[in-house]
Design a protein around this ligand. Structure first.
Ligand SMILES: Nc1ncnc2c1ncn2[C@@H]1O[C@H](COP(=O)(O)OP(=O)(O)O)[C@@H](O)[C@H]1O
Ligand SMILES: [Mg+2]
Length: 410
């Protein structure tokens, strides 16, 4: 006879004395195992994403345990138990508002196995099908595309705008998310004036627990697409909460395809990890990890290609399940090499979903920028054909048939 699967715990005691008791009472034969002792909330959230745990037992004093964090855990199928030093009424009430499943007083930790055995995230189970589980994710919803690329302004924003524009021209209703942690420019490109940053407002709503209901109202419309505007100033990234990028991608793909314009850096911010707050690059890291399609943009010149090769190596070190699709931007004859030669070089950098090329086309981009329009809205050009081919190659599920231009829906 096989015994039931044990309840797997993540512990975040944040230095509280009850951790020792918890570790003592959870032993063989209790039906409960500790899969990890986490150093901070960031570590806990990342560990939960690997989906090896059922329950997170967290000290009430752990920094950053807000609604967004609890929601992230739930979506990973992890129930949340908070242990408070003196679980008075206000702790219980605070926990309830943050959505935690159970609040324990530290004196109850000696019964931890009984209290957590069989506990499962009630809210998470609905969403399990929508959780990332492999290269083909989120069945039944539209794809989320992350547009990333190394430093040196290779054209991430240009590609995000172009891909979203090409999707709009196919009668899709794409949402462009401006997730650049160094301040957004997408709204300006599309001639959208927004006195409230969609991204900052989303973060506040996520913390307050009502992002789902507010999400549509936070979007703007420009150049035939929906847009969530970005940071108004680079220094305001500190106002962004945990799990925001993943949440936005998840909510967005319920409405239609999502394209996220990201920053260049994938580094984990170790200093931030110690504070329990999200790091500056988490927005980029999380979006890349949660996307169904990852486009890696680099320029075709020697420096751009070197950066691109390094970027692909860096990306492989992240917990990304999706095989990247490379976009070689600003391709031009004067560089003296053919697409085949560039493809040979990149092909040696590990598995790729595919490689697409975009021409250097300053004239078309200037016209688009000055008019506050999308490339596709301006009519056919080398660049618009390039974006069409890119969508065909990177998003083969999107039908090419409807070339309906949604020019004037602004
Ligand atoms: N295919 C292209 N042809 C000509 N100029 C381009 C092309 N792609 C991007 N650019 C220009 O390069 C600059 C940087 O592009 P941008 O998309 O803002 O980069 P990133 O978002 O990576 O910082 C912009 O001036 C943009 O117009
Ligand atoms: Mg940019």
């Amino acid at each position: 006879m096989s015994s039931p699967a044990p309840t797997c715990l993540l512990l975040l005691a944040a230095g509280a004395a009850w951790e020792e008791i918890a570790l003592r009472v959870i032993g063989p034969g209790t039906g409960v195992v500790v899969v990890k002792r986490c150093i901070d909330l960031h570590d806990l959230l990342a560990s939960a994403t690997s989906r090896q745990a059922d329950v997170a037992v967290v000290a009430a004093s752990a920094e950053g345990l807000d609604h967004g964090a609890v929601d992230h855990l739930h979506r990973a199928g992890v129930a949340v138990v908070v242990v408070a030093e003196h679980a008075r009424e206000n702790t219980v009430e605070h926990g309830r508002r943050a959505g935690v499943d159970l609040v324990l007083d530290e004196t109850q930790v000696s019964d931890l196995p009984d209290r957590v055995r069989g506990l499962r995230s009630a809210t998470g189970s609905d969403d399990l099908d929508a959780m990332p589980t492999g290269p083909v994710r989120s069945r039944g919803t539209a794809p989320a595309v992350a547009v990333w690329g190394p430093t040196g302004a290779p054209g991430r924003t240009t590609v995000a705008l172009g891909v979203a524009g090409a999707l709009a021209a196919r009668g899709q209703d794409p949402l462009l998310l401006d997730l650049d942690p160094y301040a957004g420019t997408v709204a300006q490109h599309l001639g959208v004036l927004d006195d409230v940053s969609g991204l900052l407002a989303s973060s506040r709503r996520l913390v307050a627990g009502d992002l789902t209901s507010a999400f549509v109202a936070l979007q703007r419309r420009g150049a035939g697409m929906r847009l969530l505007t970005g940071l108004p100033r680079a220094d305001r990234w500190t106002e962004l909460t945990h799990g925001l990028a993943e949440e936005l991608l998840q909510l967005g793909r319920r409405q239609g395809p999502v394209v996220a314009d990201l920053g260049w850096c994938l580094e984990e911010d170790r200093a931030a990890v110690h504070t329990g707050r999200p790091g500056r690059h988490d927005l980029t890291r999380d979006a890349v990890a949660a996307a169904d399609v990852v486009l890696v943009v680099g320029t075709a010149d020697p420096i751009g290609l070197t950066r691109l090769v390094r970027a692909l190596a860096e990306l492989r070190e992240q917990t990304v399940v999706t095989t990247p699709h490379v976009v070689v931007n600003r391709m031009r004859r004067s560089l003296g090499w053919e697409p085949g030669q560039v493809a040979d070089l990149l092909g040696r950098c590990g598995p790729l979903h595919g490689i697409s090329f975009l021409p250097d086309d300053r004239g078309t981009l200037d016209r688009a920028m000055v008019a506050g329009r999308g490339i596709t809205e301006l009519g056919e050009s080398d660049l618009s054909r390039g974006f069409d081919a890119l969508v065909d190659a990177a998003l083969p599920g999107i039908p090419a048939g409807v070339k309906r231009r949604r020019l004037l829906r602004r």
